[in-house]
Design a protein around this ligand. Structure first.
Ligand code: ATR
Length: 281
C-alpha cells in the first residue's frame, strides 16, 4: 500500500486525509493518507526517512519554502514561485510541485466567470485589475505569481515589513500608488478589485478558543470596506472555518467573497493527478 501525507504545523484542521482517503477508496487505489504535525525544528529529521516511506505528500504552513532544500528537482512553476505544496516521489527522486497557483487562479476564475480553467490559459484574465495580498509566506508567493501572470497589479502587505519587501522585490511588484509592499496597517483598498488573505490569521486552532490568537489580519476591514463605492472581491485561502471573520466582515460590508474551499479542492485535485495520473473523483 502506498503512503501519502500532509505535513504542517498546526495540522489538526486539515481536511486533506478525509478527501484523499475517500478518493483513493473510490478509485480502488491501494493507498493511505494521513496528517502529520511536523514542527519546523523537526523538518530535516522527518525528511531523512521520507524517501523510503512515502510516495508523495502535501506541504503546508509553515514549510512551503523550507522544504525545497530537501528535494531533488522542482517543476518550472515551483521553481519560479520558490514554494512547494506537493511532493512526488518518482522512483526515489523527490520532485516538488506547486498546485496552489492552479487552485487560487481556479477559484478566482470561477468567481469572475472565466471558463478557461487551465493555468497556462489564464494569461491576462486580470489585466487592468489591482490586487492586495495580505501575507508574504510561501502561499503568498504562489498567489502573487498567479495574479501577476494573470495581468493584475499587486501590492503585498504583511506583519513583517522585510518579508513583504523581499517578496515585492522577487516578483518586481509596483502596486497602485505605492511601492508594491507595506505593513498591514498601510491597508487602503481604494482602487483595488481583489483582496486576498494569505496570512494564517483566522485559521481554526485550538488556541483561538482562549483568544490568544487574533481572528482577522485586518480588524478594521468592515468599517473601511463599508465606506467604499467600488468594493473588491474578497478571498481567503483558509478553509476552516469556511467563513472566516475576515470574509464575514467583507460580506457584511457588501463584498462578494470567495471561500477557501474552492482553492483547497482545486489544488488537491491537481495533487491527486500528479500522484496517480488520474482525475480525482
Ligand atoms: P505559508 O507557507 O502557508 O504561507 P508561512 O510562510 O508561515 O506559511 O506564512 C504565514 C504568513 O502569515 C506570513 O505572512 C506571516 O507574517 P510574518 O511574515 O510577519 O510572519 C503571517 N502571519 C502569521 N501569524 C500572523 C499574525 N498573528 N498576524 C499577522 N500575520 C501573521
Amino acid at each position: 500500500m502506498k503512503k501519502y501525507c500532509v505535513i504542517g504545523c498546526p495540522i489538526k484542521h486539515s481536511l486533506s486525509p478525509k478527501i484523499f482517503n475517500r478518493a483513493f477508496r473510490r478509485m480502488k487505489i491501494s493507498a493511505q493518507y494521513k496528517a502529520i504535525e511536523v514542527e519546523p525544528r523537526n523538518l530535516a529529521k522527518f525528511m531523512r526517512d521520507f524517501r523510503e516511506n512515502y510516495a508523495g505528500a502535501n506541504v503546508t504552513i509553515p514549510h512551503k519554502e523550507k522544504i525545497i532544500k530537501f528535494l531533488d528537482k522542482l517543476s518550472p512553476s515551483a521553481k519560479a514561485i520558490g514554494a512547494v505544496n506537493v511532493i512526488v516521489n518518482r522512483r526515489g527522486k523527490l520532485v516538488g510541485h506547486n498546485t496552489d497557483i492552479f487552485g487560487a487562479m481556479t477559484a478566482l476564475k470561477q468567481e469572475i466567470r472565466c471558463q478557461k480553467l487551465e493555468v497556462r490559459n489564464c494569461k491576462n484574465f486580470l489585466r487592468g485589475k489591482c490586487a492586495i495580498v495580505l501575507g508574504a509566506g510561501g502561499a503568498a508567493r504562489s498567489i502573487v505569481y498567479g495574479l501577476k501572470k494573470a495581468g493584475a497589479r499587486v501590492t503585498v502587505l504583511n506583519r513583517t515589513l522585510s518579508h513583504a519587501k523581499k517578496l515585492a522585490r522577487d516578483f518586481k511588484l509596483s502596486g497602485v500608488g505605492h511601492r508594491g509592499f507595506g505593513i498591514l496597517k498601510d491597508f487602503n483598498p481604494a482602487q483595488s478589485n481583489i483582496l486576498i488573505n494569505v496570512t494564517s490569521v483566522g485559521m481554526w486552532h485550538k488556541k483561538v478558543k482562549s483568544l490568544t490568537l487574533p481572528m482577522t489580519p485586518l480588524p478594521q476591514l468592515k468599517k473601511i470596506l463599508r465606506g467604499l463605492k467600488n468594493k473588491p472581491i474578497v478571498m481567503d485561502i483558509i478553509y476552516r472555518p469556511l467563513l472566516t471573520k475576515f470574509l464575514r466582515d467583507a460580506k457584511h460590508a457588501g463584498c462578494r467573497v470567495i471561500t477557501g474551499d474552492k482553492m483547497f479542492l482545486a489544488q488537491a485535485a491537481k495533487s491527486f493527478e500528479l500522484w496517480t495520473g488520474r482525475k480525482m473523483p
